[in-house]
Design a protein around this ligand. Structure first.
Ligand SMILES: [Zn+2]
Length: 446
């Protein structure tokens, strides 16, 4: 009985899978799925009980097509049982690397992996960075939040510099000028703050060859701003602490190649698989997490389904777009939901005066767009943005565009493009306390 990821199979997939046919990937998924399920049934009490309750034996699931027989697991389900029940028998929790999810308040949720599993996961990220053009001898700078696991195992190489994204952007600029990275990574929010400082001070000596943004929404405006400041192409990737690499941006189509050999991604809309172009919630199965398995785990992200294989010719399926976390969905009157991604899409075209912004739900029936203008807008421009906002939120929700001098980072240190004061009963809900007392200058009517 295997209780460890299949090292040889994984190395092979990483080296070869960009050039194999789709069938090879499906075969790999099915084989590793069977291995994972047999392990989880035998060694992980939570999954053992889940299978028994639903009357399935691991042998019943032969392929990805059978996966739907297994009930979906949420973060709340895993939190509700003792930690030991979510881990494989025989692993010592104290010897695992622990990643705490960056929920701002709420109960913490800890994801655990062995050092071996974590290093294997790094290989999928490395494959993606190489696709983007990263080379082995590149100097790397990464703007991020430090985590316990990061300190223990990563970044032993001197050429790799981690910069705490909490420090002021002016300071980050100084550090980057000294380090001169070839490759720069970080959250879109931090990168665009740094880009603003660079644009303001006119310093043009931080010239990475590529910039990789991830972990939050990258708006078109942010992408332009970052491209302009660093004179480099910006790539986006998508992942989570539970699954690590879920997708990386295709250079040709702009969609995300799904990391099919690492995670089986299902996108569900009202419980059924979403069709291409439809948005739904992501449910994933981590093929190589054996110490703490995630099988049909609800990530609570909303994404748009893409195609079976990418139009560029690579054999990976695609995720067309990532809207963001379910938790960021706004609950509107009459039980309506609105994902702020819809507003982001509407604002990305035709409003060049809009710089950094935040979509803020003050009440169930009131949403404001807080904007830091790039240039002073005319009255007509503001009205046009308000009309676009109104068209999306609907007649029963009050809406307004408000100009603000700046937008603060959230408690987690990440920029949150959408925030809501309306609490809702959602899985993993960890709403941040927010006092709406930012210096705000209301303009226009609602
Ligand atoms: Zn592609």
């Amino acid at each position: 009985m295997s209780t460890k990821p299949d090292l040889v199979g994984i190395l092979y997939s990483i080296l070869r899978f960009r050039r194999v046919g789709r069938e090879a990937i499906l075969e790999f998924q099915n084989r590793h799925l069977r291995r994972l399920l047999a392990h989880a049934y035998r060694n992980v009490p939570y999954y053992r009980r889940l299978f028994e309750r639903s009357g399935i034996a691991p042998e019943d699931i032969r392929s990805v097509a059978d996966l739907q027989a297994i009930p979906i697991t949420s973060k709340a389900d895993l939190r509700a049982v003792p930690v030991q029940d979510t881990l494989a028998r025989g692993v010592n929790p104290r010897r695992l690397i622990a990643f705490r999810t960056s929920g701002s308040s709420g109960e913490p949720f800890v994801i655990r992996r062995t050092g071996f599993e974590e290093r294997l996961q790094d290989l999928y990220w490395i494959r993606a960075t190489h696709y983007f053009g990263h080379r082995a001898r590149d100097r790397v700078a990464s703007l991020r939040i430090f985590q316990e696991g990061d300190r223990r195992i990563r970044h032993a190489l001197r050429r790799r510099l981690c910069v705490d994204c909490y420090i002021p952007p002016e300071k980050i600029v100084q550090i980057l000028r000294r380090h001169r990275p070839d490759s720069l990574g970080g959250y879109p929010g931090t990168l665009s703050l740094v880009a603003e400082v660079i644009a303001r001070d006119g310093c043009r000596d931080i010239r990475p060859r590529l910039v990789i943004a991830g972990a939050e929404v990258l708006t078109r405006r942010m992408r332009e701003q970052i491209t302009e400041a660093f004179g480099a192409r910006v790539y986006n990737w998508y992942g989570s602490r539970e699954f690590n690499c879920i997708g990386w941006e295709c250079k040709e189509t702009g969609e995300f190649h799904t990391c099919d050999d690492n995670v089986i991604v299902e996108i569900l809309k009202d419980g059924r698989p979403a069709r291409p172009g439809e948005s739904g919630e992501l449910v994933g199965t981590a093929l190589h997490s054996f110490a703490m398995p995630f099988i049909r785990y609800r990530l609570a992200d909303v994404v748009t389904s893409g195609s079976e294989t990418c139009a560029c010719g690579e054999p990976f399926s695609t995720i067309r777009d990532v809207q963001g976390r379910m938790i960021d969905r706004f609950v509107l009157p009459a039980g309506r939901f609105l994902h702020p991604g819809e507003i982001i899409k509407a604002m990305s075209d035709g409003h060049p005066w809009i710089g950094r912004y935040q979509i803020f739900q003050e009440r169930k029936d009131r949403i404001v767009l807080r904007v830091v203008p790039r240039v002073e807008p005319t009255r007509e421009e503001i009205l046009r943005a308000e009309a676009a906002l109104k068209a999306i939120v609907g007649p029963d929700v009050e809406s307004q565009v408000i100009l603000v001098p700046e937008i603060e980072l959230g408690a987690s240190g990440k920029f949150r493009i959408a925030r809501s004061l309306v609490s809702a009963c959602r899985d993993g809900s960890d709403r941040e306390d927010e006092s709406a007392d930012q210096a705000a200058r209301p303009v226009g009517g609602s």
